[in-house]
Design a protein around this ligand. Sequence first.
Ligand code: GDP
Length: 218
Amino acid sequence: MSLAPAALDNPGTALEVGRLLFAGDCRFVAGVATIDQLPPMGLPEIAFAGRSNVGKSSLINALTGRRALARTSDTPGRTQQLNFFTLGDRVMLVDLPGHGYASAAKREIARWTDVIDAYLRGRATLTRVCVLLDARHGLKDSDRELMVRLDKAAVTYQAVLTKCDKLDDGALEARRGALEAELRRHPAAHPELLATSAVSGLGIAALRATLATLAAPA
Ligand code: GDP
């Protein structure tokens, strides 16, 4: 069954459709270090981007309910490849390398930026990029640079706040308001900002429901 966007009007249905998709079979397809290694285009792709240590691996694992699908790491910037996973044979999840870590050599950063840019610009099946932002820190320069690159590539992206369990409700609302104002100035940014926590489970079901609207029909 495909989920028309209108089905999001019915939260019960949308959450269930999202749950079912993410409960489906999830398989590692490829780890890509250079652009010529990309798997052939097929399913709609949803990519996850964010600064190193933003909680990207934890969020992907929470979404898919697998503990070690995306490798969490205490060494920021260690996993320098694009990792492709099929989900329920309906969508490809793409774990992009973390950006913004200070310890990497400039030449390495430039090489990675080139690989990621080539992917973002040339991938007709890339349907959405989730730009993960640590709720405690908001937007950093490297996030803004990524958003401008996505605007230029005309790839729709959606901001997802991570680690929201670390903020109280007031601080979270303030963060959300400031970010939404800034997102409105970016042409390719989706207006909806999702607040999540891989620890408390906040927003995970809602994010599954949103992403399920982008999957190919079953
Ligand atoms: P990545 O480098 O972006 O893949 O980040 P990881 O998923 O490896 O997480 C980085 C650190 O943040 C780890 O110590 C995680 O335990 C922690 N972390 C990740 N998500 C959350 C969250 O939702 N809440 C809290 N409190 N900590 C988190």
